[in-house]
Design a protein. Structure first.
Length: 202
């Protein structure tokens, strides 16, 4: 299976540095333009299925791509961003000021420690891996696109490539970027990571 991975386009909360998590923030004008650019980038590819987080910033990015391929998006909440619970909408600095001790503990061990009413990195990885396994089984010899979020895509890359989950953040996944991997029965090969060449002016 060839698997394309794309993050949603820009939102106002991205610009403000606010943790979006599972809050349903919409694409802004730049995000809509980015969605069009990644859609044109993938327009010449043969894509058999498109999966997306059900949050609008991802689903609308996916729809821009799907329009070129006459495909219906398969929305799946398991591709959502990590839930930051009560801290969604806050900036890094606001989180730290809100509860310094918990914030420090969470930053050191997100695998087992969550924000208030949020989820752990381990929980995120578990649901993303389950969604990936289903796609792998259903589309073994096809080309599939997943449109999701930085955290969910970083977690997928870590799990499939055998990288320590605590280092998932070391995969940079920019807005509306393109990554690509070949998925085999017992392994994956990463062909492309965080490519944004489609943003260059022609």
């Amino acid at each position: 299976m060839k698997l394309f991975l794309t993050r949603h386009g820009q939102t106002d909360w991205n610009i403000a540095g606010r943790y979006q998590g599972q809050s349903d923030t919409p694409l802004n004008e730049t995000g809509l333009r980015q969605a069009e650019q990644i859609a044109k980038r993938l327009s010449s590819e043969t894509i058999h299925a498109i999966y997306s987080s059900d949050l609008s910033r991802a689903a609308n990015t996916a729809q821009s791509i799907a329009d070129f391929h006459s495909l219906e998006i398969k929305k799946d909440s398991r591709w959502r961003e990590l839930s930051f619970g009560d801290w969604e909408g806050l900036t890094y600095q606001e989180m730290s000021a809100h509860s310094p001790e918990l914030f420090e503990a969470w930053m050191k061990d997100p695998l087992t420690i969550s924000t208030p009413n949020g989820e752990t990195l381990a929980q995120l990885a578990e649901r993303v891996k389950a969604a990936f396994d289903e796609i792998k089984e259903e589309h073994a010899d096809q080309t599939v696109l997943v449109v999701a979020h930085s955290g969910s895509l970083q977690s997928l890359l870590a799990v499939t490539l055998g990288v320590d989950l605590n280092r998932y953040w070391q995969f940079r996944i920019s807005q509306a970027s393109l990554s690509e991997m070949n998925v085999y029965e017992d392994s994956v090969v990463l062909n492309l990571l965080n490519d944004v060449s489609h943003f260059q002016e022609k």
